[in-house]
Design a protein around this ligand. Sequence first.
Ligand SMILES: Nc1ncnc2c1ncn2[C@@H]1O[C@H](COP(=O)(O)OP(=O)(O)OP(=O)(O)O)[C@@H](O)[C@H]1O
Ligand SMILES: [Mg+2]
Length: 390
Amino acid sequence: MNAQHSTTLRVVDLQKHFRRQKGSNVAAVNGVSLDIEPGTMVAVLGPSGSGKTTLLRCIAGLETPTGGEIWSGDLLLSSGDRGVIVPPEKRNFGMMFQTYAVWPHMTVFGNVAYPLKVRGMGKAEIQERVTEILRIVGIGHLRDEYPANVSGGQQQRVALARCLVSDPKVILFDEPLSNVDAKVREELRVELLAMHKRLGFAGVYVTHDQEEAMVISDRIVVMNEGKVVQADTPQQVYRRPTTRFVASFIGTANMFDGRVRAGGPQPGIITVSTKVGDIFVASDNFPPELRAEGTQVTVLARPEGLSVAAERPSTTPDATVLQGMLRAEMFRGSHSELLIELGGQIVRVRNSQGHALVEGHDVFVIAMSRSLYVLPGSGESIVQSGEVTA
Ligand SMILES: Nc1ncnc2c1ncn2[C@@H]1O[C@H](COP(=O)(O)OP(=O)(O)OP(=O)(O)O)[C@@H](O)[C@H]1O
Ligand SMILES: [Mg+2]
């Protein structure tokens, strides 16, 4: 790697193993490498137990890694091989965790001023900085209150203000919004993003809320069983997941298993033969290594990439039409979601046009070749959350 190019935070082949009570070994973090560029927000997303918190705690210095290295710019923070371990308080990272972790015996002002006092900053400067940060975080009016007398969302704002007041280059977040209700979470998320843009800190943001990860981050790192399974922009991870696990973990995924057939209906289109019929996929959305005839693949269709019609539409070679039965329509406010039974599987289609469709009747699902994507077919079995067994 280029030594000139100093990233804010670099994790190299990090390992953290734990011993269970009965003596077995858990590879909580199993060979994770990450680069966090200055001012970027990286979301770490993954199911429960996938190693997110352990990764963050290793970066913070709260766990001693079993192997690998962590760098902050040119400074080595931890290395198993070289026996280096810099203590948490010397790492200069901000931290914000799920539990509010504000001190109950100090006022809001006292909580936020604390890190500056510890550093020996003068009174007048502390007054000024704390007042400014409380204003930015929107709790200036609560400065003399004690944490017990403010709401959960406001306590999280106190924690955020305390974290921002030292102007850290990197902030480590571990599900900071998961204890506040949905409306406040949404609000805080937007504000956090605004503050990130304004103050320019880099962040590692652990969450298992995929929507939050997509909104908040420049890059998403998806973890499973201690490993990174994909790291890319939110758009790429959503549109071009590399595995079935990622496809089903992020967003709603309709997946059709099949094999590649020779000869598409027109150049630039590849046919996949599946249980529900032939599906035509644009070759741009077909990874080259999967294009050989007979390859087992999975066709991914997002709900918004499909449309429905009550009558069989006239087809073009870049459209696949599949006949199914409308099982249910779920109203979601801005749109509705149609559950359509297709060859024994339930397919979810976003219906934003408000078609008059009748439950229990035949419908036609239309998939344009460009809105589909292809993944390797073999491997993990997946359980999709909220799957409907009709
Ligand atoms: N101190 C520990 N001792 C033994 N095993 C541990 C310890 N801490 C974590 N683990 C194990 O390591 C694995 C990863 O845990 P971790 O807390 O990092 O997961 P997570 O992705 O943060 O999950 P969640 O979304 O539930 O917070 C789990 O199997 C967990 O049981
Ligand atoms: Mg965790």
